[in-house]
Design a protein around this ligand. Structure first.
Ligand SMILES: [Zn+2]
Length: 353
């Protein structure tokens, strides 16, 4: 039987090995990110790769990605992080806390170094406070912890929403989703109230643009645009009687009609870069609003909903046509990685000729 001293001695050896293993993992993840290997495996982000391919929990994946982001700031920072991990002065929670402050306060390299030194030996709970004090940053505002219970149906809805907004969320979890929706809704409501006030002050019924289309990022400009639109439409209403609205086709047969008109119309270039409305509709239906990229390695489909766009499988600039067979829906991440792959293939071709 092992003595207590032996148990502790062995544990210390193993935790040392654990830290070295963590450093190796971080370095490998750095390659996955730099080479965008996650794209080849059918994922739209490193986070998705870590949770689905490597089976990390969301928190564990986030902490590793945070550490990775911090260590890629500079070779010096990387060396410092690795040394501190190895001698046990810092753990992943410390590094994650530093990364969080780095993101929100945009720290300089020197400030990050100071933050690393300051967090040595602190408890997870006090790390952020200590760093803020050391760097003379404003303390974090008072926060209230709230917990909610969701039924399995509500949870499924929330997860669907989280996937839909994954590109906008600061943290890829349900609290992150809640905070995002909170801010978005408040902004929309404020815009709606402002638009209503404006309509009242104009004293006339004018069509107010749908507040749903106003997003948090372009709020001030959009609001100004909307106000201009309202002013213009009021001026138009004063000058001329309303004309009948343009009918927007809503069903398949209307789209087919448009397609037929476009094909026979001289106005449409024969070799157009844009896909016809019919093709666009067919691909939208086929893809069910998800990325259609299939990993050549795992045969797994991406299914991300992140900034979807229609893509020419064989690029239009290289002679690909805008046909149904050459069209697919891809997420922003795969649109980019496919483009890089094609450029690299072309460069290799050019070199070999
Ligand atoms: Zn994708």
């Amino acid at each position: 039987m092992m003595t207590n001293t032996e148990v502790v001695k062995q544990l210390k050896t193993k935790t040392g090995e654990e830290s070295r293993l963590l450093i190796e993992i971080l370095n490998l993840l750095e390659l996955v990110r730099a080479r965008r290997i996650y794209n080849d495996y059918g994922y739209s982000s490193l986070f998705e790769f870590c949770t689905k391919e490597l089976k990390y929990s969301e928190g564990a994946a986030m902490r590793r990605i945070n550490a990775l982001t911090l260590q890629t700031q500079s070779p010096e920072i990387k060396k410092m992080i690795h040394e501190n991990l190895e001698n046990g002065e810092l753990n992943l929670s410390h590094i994650s806390a530093i990364a969080k402050i780095e993101r929100s306060e945009e720290l300089s390299i020197d400030q990050i170094k100071l933050a690393i030194e300051a967090s040595q030996g602190t408890s997870a709970r006090e790390t952020e406070k200590v760093i803020r004090q050391t760097l003379n940053l404003k303390p974090v505002s008072v926060k209230t912890k709230v917990s909610i219970e969701l039924s399995s149906e509500q949870l499924a809805h929330a997860e669907k929403l989280a996937a839909l907004f994954s590109h906008s969320l600061s943290t890829q979890d349900l609290p992150g989703l809640f905070l995002y929706l909170l801010e978005k809704t408040v902004t929309q409501e404020t815009n709606r109230e402002a638009a209503q006030k404006l309509r009242k002050s104009l004293g006339r019924k004018v069509k107010i643009p749908d507040p749903q289309t106003i997003t948090t990022t372009d709020k001030p400009q959009k609001l100004l645009q909307n106000m201009a639109l309202i002013r213009n439409s009021t001026a138009v209403l004063k000058q001329s009687p309303p004309t009948s609205a343009v009918k927007i086709p809503t069903n398949e047969s209307d789209h087919t009609q448009i397609e037929a008109i476009l094909i026979h119309s001289k106005m449409r270039p024969i070799h157009s870069r844009t896909f016809s409305p019919l093709i666009r509709k067919k691909i939208r239906d086929r893809s069910q609003g998800m990325c259609e990229f299939i990993s050549p390695i795992t045969q797994k489909r991406c299914k991300s909903r992140w900034y979807l766009q229609l893509d020419h499988i064989h690029p239009w600039s290289l002679g690909g046509s805008s046909t149904l067979e050459n069209c697919r829906m891809v997420c922003a991440s795969h649109n980019r990685s496919e483009w890089i792959r094609i450029i690299e293939e072309r460069q290799a071709e050019l070199r070999s000729t």
